[in-house]
Write a protein that binds this ligand. Structure first.
Ligand code: HEC
Ligand code: HEC
Length: 331
């Protein structure tokens, strides 16, 4: 019995050691499952993420543009905001966004908390104000009770709102993709085409920008290193934050986790398919013209990055009260 336990524990130590060595030599690391510290805060953040009453229209929630049933994005070229306004830029996924070095394509928000206040008050997105957000939430006893439970006070303020949303977003990670299983030592998790694709991805230098746990999100890089990127979008990226001429058309390298789900691609949403995005990247970032077969292999590899999607019950939101400010859908 003792011997058996010993063997079992030795075996498991061996397995851990093997799995560390497998991924330690790779430019991509597996995603760890979320380990939320404050469940109450996460639950509250989830309610806020799904609550359209944080918008002027009473119709648009974070989930409208970052749909958690569709990879945390809206799958349209550029987002639709208040009164059907056409947004200027493609909505990035909220999945694994806690792993990014900064938020937004140009990195203008340093973290998820700072980011979360933005869309609520953006006239082209939710078109609300932080004051009204607080009024709406304070008007519902069930919300007040939740805030009291989590923050020790029911005097709701916008800092609490963004803290809770950020805590929820930190749980939106997607572990256990087939690629991660392979990284952890399950050699059967990928087929030969996918392995060939990963080799092409590494050997051609895609990993010089798309690396780390999120396969991106770790640096700002020029869009169009070898040849300029042609686009009708007016977005110029990082220069808007730093004011440096060298930062024109520099964008945060997007995560390629779940990229199968987050079409269309690029900040202007111009690439409709993964094949097209890979073709453009090869040419303008690396000066490579991939053959049809090579392109297909890289695409096959990229699809192995689709992880386990967040799985939870839809939050049931408290009803508005007579005191709740009314939505202005057409105002
Ligand atoms: C009308 C559509 C829309 C709504 C509503 C919206 N977003 Fe976004 N979101 C976007 C777009 C578009 C961007 C990219 C903007 C940019 O980079 O300039 C973005 C960016 C983000 C990012 C940055 C991700 C990254 O990788 O840089 C996060 C996180 C995020 N939104 C969370 C939220 C939260 C939380 C809410 C609700 C409070 C919300 N969004 C509401 C469209 C929307
Ligand atoms: C020099 C850095 C760099 C290299 C090398 C690079 N990329 Fe990118 N990649 C980026 C940046 C920056 C973007 C975002 C550009 C934009 O939207 O304007 C991007 C976007 C993408 C996207 C679209 C993701 C999305 O959600 O919109 C895919 C797919 C992609 N890259 C795949 C690849 C592949 C495959 C390779 C190798 C053939 C590669 N990249 C090489 C920097 C790089």
């Amino acid at each position: 019995m003792i011997l058996r336990t010993l063997i079992v524990s030795l075996l498991s130590i061996g397995a851990v050691a093997a799995s560390t060595t497998t991924s330690a030599n790779e430019p991509i690391q597996p995603i760890k499952a979320a380990a939320p510290k404050n469940i109450g805060m996460v639950e509250l953040g989830k309610m806020l993420f799904f609550d359209p009453r944080l918008s002027k229209s009473g119709f648009i929630s974070c989930n409208s543009c970052h749909n958690l049933s569709m990879g945390g994005t809206d799958n349209i070229k550029t987002s639709i905001g208040h009164k059907w306004q056409q947004g200027p830029i493609n909505a990035p996924t909220v999945l694994n966004s806690s792993m990014m070095l900064a938020q937004f394509w140009d990195g203008r928000a340093k973290d998820l908390k700072e980011q979360a206040g933005g869309p609520i008050a953006n006239p082209g997105e939710m078109a609300f104000t932080h004051e009204l957000t607080v009024d709406v939430l304070r008007s519902m006893p069930q919300y007040r009770a939740r805030f009291k439970q989590v923050f020790g006070s029911d005097q709701v303020n916008i800092g609490m709102v963004t803290d809770a949303i950020a805590a929820f977003e930190e749980t939106l990670v997607t572990p256990d993709s087939r690629f991660d299983k392979w990284l952890k030592g399950d050699k059967k998790a990928l087929n030969q085409t996918e392995l060939d694709g990963y080799k092409l991805f590494k050997d051609n230098g895609c990993t010089s920008c798309h690396y780390g746990t999120a396969v991106g999100g770790t640096s700002f890089q020029k869009m169009g290193v070898r040849e300029p990127y042609k686009t009708s979008s007016k977005e110029e990226g990082r220069i808007g934050v730093t004011g440096k001429a060298a930062d024109r058309f520099v964008f945060k390298v997007p995560t390629l986790r779940n990229v199968e789900l987050t079409y269309p691609y690029f900040h202007d949403g111009a690439a409709e398919t993964l094949e097209e995005a890979v073709d453009v990247m090869g040419r303008i970032q690396l000066g490579r013209d991939f053959s049809k077969e090579e392109n297909a292999k890289i695409v096959a590899f990229l699809k192995t990055l689709t992880g386990k999607q967040p799985d939870f019950k839809l939050p049931i939101l408290p009803p508005s009260t007579n005191e709740t400010p009314r939505p202005k859908p057409f105002g």
